[in-house]
Design a protein. Structure first.
Length: 51
């Protein structure tokens, strides 16, 4: 599992979920492991601290 927190213009973009799923996650599955999953932490550092 990979946790990410988007910042800047990507943070509020409606296409960010698609970018994560079909861009970043797809490439990580190819480069690292086919069962990898990306979880977007919309709450930022506070949400990450709860993990």
């Amino acid at each position: 599992v990979v946790y990410v927190h988007l910042i800047g213009a990507c943070k509020g973009c409606a296409s960010s979920g698609t970018t994560l799923k079909y861009g970043l996650e797809r490439q990580l599955k190819i480069d690292i492991h086919p069962e990898i999953t990306i979880i977007n932490l919309n709450g930022g550092a506070d949400e990450f601290a709860k993990l």
